[in-house]
Design a protein around this ligand. Structure first.
Ligand SMILES: Cc1cc2nc3c(=O)[nH]c(=O)nc-3n(C[C@H](O)[C@H](O)[C@H](O)COP(=O)(O)OP(=O)(O)OC[C@H]3O[C@@H](n4cnc5c(N)ncnc54)[C@H](O)[C@@H]3O)c2cc1C
Length: 459
């Protein structure tokens, strides 16, 4: 082979890669093309050069997924971060089209000064457009805006068969539904066209309210929902180590953009964690102390007007914060439990976590609405979603995660693949009944560790 792709494979390095949870580093043949032509040639090369039996390929954005959806051990990883060109921006209609490796961080720098914002954003801006589509990410406004995929007009897909396709709800609709939330399995997303949300200012008014217990959360969350778009962005932090009458206590935050205050973009993070935190810091006492301090920090309650950066991306202020969980890394459990089982099930999840004494620094609870995207494997659905981080303490932590997963499954809920590391094939099939439709449309040369784990397919 003398194609550009084979030249690229020659320069591909065997490197150890980990996802955001940092639980072990696995070897990959890493390709990092600078141009889309090289990237598509590399995808085609996955079939041509390797004559069907070579290692499979997977796209990798900024690796902000916590588990193994972005990993492909011993296979090829196509890192997209250099495929980040803006292709078209209609600043009067609020429609943008860009290569899929563009990060939300960079996109915000272009659109905010012109009075536009992301229609949906996850809790970090260091994710690519391709990663946001492939996990069909959600944000604090899920109840009103649905997930990211709802706002994608069209996207480009390149498959190892050599096909270059445009996907939308009208064109190649089946493949569009398999690709939104499709965990990168249907091909390389080359570009994304997205509807933006208008803003008059880059600042938001935020109200923070004490919640004494879980009933307090549901009371205020439901009351805020009933008020429609008065407060489109909501989230609660819960102290997952509290038990008894304090179970579910925490802080409920609701926000809305204000009509004036300028259109300033965010700044780069000021602090970076230089080292892995020592394991002895990650014990019940320090977690309890952190949760207590977080809850009682001065000026936490009441109303204030803030820039979007601390409202949407508080963790981005500390570069490499995942190192705070030490060398062994950490897990995240995120599940969604449908109404009406939500309240009782979240209670069981919190009770199980508190009893295990393995709590987390930041536990997040919020409601999701019923505005579905077309994604066949999309995680969001109407109900309550709970996210809990756990430092990796070996079997005890895995055991706890499996117990939590079983509680979720019993209640008809599901786990979020972007965060997951423990889902079994049975849990996957129960949570994602449309999985076989995606399996049928999957690019045969693309594979991930997640997919192998939940389907039992060979490497
Ligand atoms: C601090 C923090 C907060 C977060 N908050 C939220 C949140 O509020 N809501 C939420 O939904 N998620 C959240 N996440 C998870 C994160 O948004 C998703 O994991 C996201 O998909 C990561 O994007 P990425 O570009 O890093 O992709 P990666 O993690 O590198 O990859 C994710 C998936 O996308 C695929 N992929 C990437 N690029 C392409 C492409 N060009 N073509 C085809 N497939 C591709 C990969 O194969 C993989 O399956 C958070 C993560 C962090 C670290």
């Amino acid at each position: 082979m003398t194609t550009q792709a084979s030249k690229l494979s020659e320069v591909s390095k065997l490197s150890d890669v980990s996802s955001w949870g940092r639980r072990g580093r696995v070897p990959h043949h890493v390709l990092r093309p600078s141009f889309l032509d090289d990237a598509t040639a590399a995808v085609a090369d996955a079939t041509a050069a390797l004559e069907g039996d070579g290692p499979p390929l997977l796209a990798f954005g900024l690796g902000r997924s916590y588990g193994d959806v972005c990993l492909n051990a011993n296979g090829r990883l196509l890192v997209t971060d250099r495929l980040d060109r803006l292709q078209h921006f209609d600043a009067s209609a609020g429609v943008v089209r860009a290569e899929a490796g563009l990060s939300l961080d960079h996109l915000l720098r272009v659109i905010v000064p012109r009075g536009w914002f992301l229609p949906v954003t996850p809790g970090t801006k260091f994710v690519t457009l391709g990663g946001a589509v492939a996990n069909d990410v959600h944000g604090k406004n899920h109840e009103h805006a649905g997930s990211f995929g709802v706002h994608v007009r069209r996207l480009g897909l390149f498959r190892s068969t050599g096909e270059t396709l445009t996907l939308s709800r009208e064109e190649n609709a089946e493949l569009f539904a398999a690709t939104v939330g499709g965990l990168g399995l249907t091909g390389l997303i080359t570009w994304v066209e997205l509807d933006l949300a208008p803003i008059k200012s880059s600042r938001l008014e935020t109200e923070t309210i004490d919640i004494p217990d879980l009933d307090g959360f549901f009371r205020i969350a439901e009351e805020t929902s009933r008020a429609g778009e008065a407060w489109p962005f909501t989230v609660a932090w819960v102290d997952c180590l509290a038990s008894g009458s304090g179970l579910g206590r925490g802080l409920f935050m609701r926000s809305r953009f204000v009509p004036e205050g300028g259109l300033a973009v965010h700044r780069d993070p000021k602090i970076t964690v230089p080292l892995d935190a020592p394991g002895f810091l990650l014990n019940g006492l320090t977690m309890r102390a952190f949760n207590g301090l977080y809850r009682n920090r001065p000026f936490a309650r009441g109303r204030k007007v803030q820039h979007y950066d601390p409202v949407f991306y508080p963790l981005d202020a500390i570069g490499g914060w995942n190192r705070l969980y030490g060398k062994r890394g950490f897990y995240q459990h995120q599940s969604v439990i449908p109404f009406p089982q939500a309240r009782d099930t979240v209670k069981r999840l919190l009770e199980t976590t508190a009893a295990a004494g393995q709590g987390s620094f930041l536990s997040v609870l919020k409601l999701m609405g019923d505005r579905a995207s077309s994604g066949l494997l999309s995680f969001p659905r109407a109900g309550a979603t709970l996210a809990l981080d756990f430092p990796d303490k070996g079997e005890a932590t895995r055991g706890l995660l499996l117990r939590l997963a079983e509680i979720v499954l019993e209640a008809g809920g599901r786990l979020y693949p972007a965060k997951d590391a423990v889902m079994t094939p049975e849990m996957f099939r129960a949570g994602y009944p449309d999985w076989q439709k995606v399996a049928a449309l999957r690019d045969p040369r693309i594979r991930s560790d997640f997919w192998r784990r939940v389907t039992g397919e060979p490497a």
